[in-house]
Ligand binder design. Structure first.
Ligand SMILES: Cc1cc2nc3c(=O)[nH]c(=O)nc-3n(C[C@H](O)[C@H](O)[C@H](O)COP(=O)(O)OP(=O)(O)OC[C@H]3O[C@@H](n4cnc5c(N)ncnc54)[C@H](O)[C@@H]3O)c2cc1C
Length: 338
């Protein structure tokens, strides 16, 4: 599909209306006109509900572009770059694992803060579901099961550590000053120009977000480059990201909504940078279809069938990225014999 688009053979159409015609024909032949129509209505409602569950963007597009998918084909395209845990890769936090499946002791018994399944590397901070790494498919049921595991282990941790009182380094006043800085920047400079969006003294969160999106898209394997990136692209993108980071203290918020957007930007920058640094470190294309490294355009199991862990040091603004061996805990199911 991407090759066809590059050759100018778009748009790519999904023939939902042909599928509906076929279903209509089959059930009317099988059940007669009245019962067949009833059955088709039911199947149709389920199909649209599935789209709403699994591909909300598509349902939104139908509504926005006045498309009735049972009557006309609809256009599809690869999506914009986004970071997603559960269905698209094993990204997430490194957590303490179970100790009954033969995992290396570093994954549980020798966990720095104690052996509590689902505790992160931060003592007393538990994770579950999509936020945990190392599993490409969580689903709602898996996330729910992990929630129970995490809650039980968090209780065990509380009972074992009754006197544990984690404290933060900053004072409440310091945190408040930092959180509300974008208000201060705006109030200080807002009268300098007549249009609040255009001001040499600050940048609105929407503009910063657009800049972040553009850097990610163009350098870190987004749609602009057909999901292709490389060391040279990543290095240049990270250089531009550094300049963007320097501008974040100039973000200005005129209301609470914009203040929320400013803080979303801080969080997004962090996850985008982690993402880019992992892609840079892993010299292969582990998830073809999600992104490709033009300079290492293959899955390389010999060197890279492993986890990649990173640690960000806020004090030095440095990232440490390393390989962690992959260990198969559960054997693959035997192939089904027919
Ligand atoms: C498009 C799509 C379709 C899917 N379809 C299916 C499916 O059909 N069947 C299936 O089983 N699974 C499906 N999944 C996967 C499933 O939805 C997830 O695995 C599951 O919802 C993860 O649950 P969670 O509680 O770990 O995370 P989430 O449901 O993401 O919950 C995390 C919550 O934390 C909140 N939050 C984030 N940051 C903060 C903060 N700083 N302060 C306070 N709150 C915060 C978020 O707003 C969110 O409510 C789908 C996922 C996607 C994206």
């Amino acid at each position: 599909m991407m090759r066809d688009m590059k050759l100018g053979k778009g748009p790519i159409l999904m023939n939902t209306h042909h599928a509906m015609d076929a279903i209509n024909k089959t059930f009317k032949e099988k059940l007669g006109d009245k019962e067949g129509a009833k059955k088709v209505k039911h199947l149709e409602a389920e199909a649209w509900e599935d789209f709403l569950d699994m591909a909300i963007g598509q349902a939104g597009l139908w509504a926005a572009q006045d498309v009735e998918p049972d009557k006309v084909p609809s256009e599809i395209m690869p999506t914009e770059p986004y970071l997603l845990g559960s269905h698209a890769g094993c990204a997430g936090f490194w957590c303490c694992g179970p100790d009954d499946l033969g995992a290396p002791e570093e994954w549980n018994k020798k966990w720095p803060a104690g052996n509590y399944n689902r505790m992160s590397t931060v003592k007393g901070l538990f994770m579950c579901g999509d936020i945990c790494g190392a599993s490409g498919h969580k689903f709602s049921s898996g996330s729910h099961a992990e929630g129970r595991i995490a809650a039980k282990n968090a209780l065990a941790f509380l009972l074992d550590n009754p006197g544990y009182t984690p404290t933060i380094k900053e004072t409440a006043d310091h945190l408040a000053a930092e959180l509300y800085l974008p208000f201060e920047v705006y109030e200080k400079h807002k009268t300098y120009t007549t249009a609040p969006e255009i001001n040499p003294n600050y940048i609105k969160p929407k503009m910063l977000q657009t800049r972040l999106q553009k850097i990610s898209d163009e350098y870190f394997g987004g749609i602009s480059t057909w999901y292709m990136t490389s060391k040279t692209m990543l290095d240049e993108g990270l250089r531009k990201l550094q300049l963007l980071k320097e501008d974040t203290s100039k973000m200005a918020a005129s209301n609470l909504h914009e203040l929320m957007r400013c803080w979303e930007n801080y969080h997004r920058i962090l996850s985008v940078e982690a993402h880019a640094r992992h892609i840079l470190f892993r010299e292969e294309s582990r998830y073809p279809g999600y992104y490709y490294r033009g300079d290492f355009d293959l899955v390389d199991d010999k060197n890279w069938k492993c986890f990649v862990n990173s640690k960000y040091d806020i004090a030095t603004d440095k990232w440490e990225v390393k390989k962690v061996p992959y260990v198969q805990l559960v054997e693959d199911a035997a192939p089904v014999k027919h």
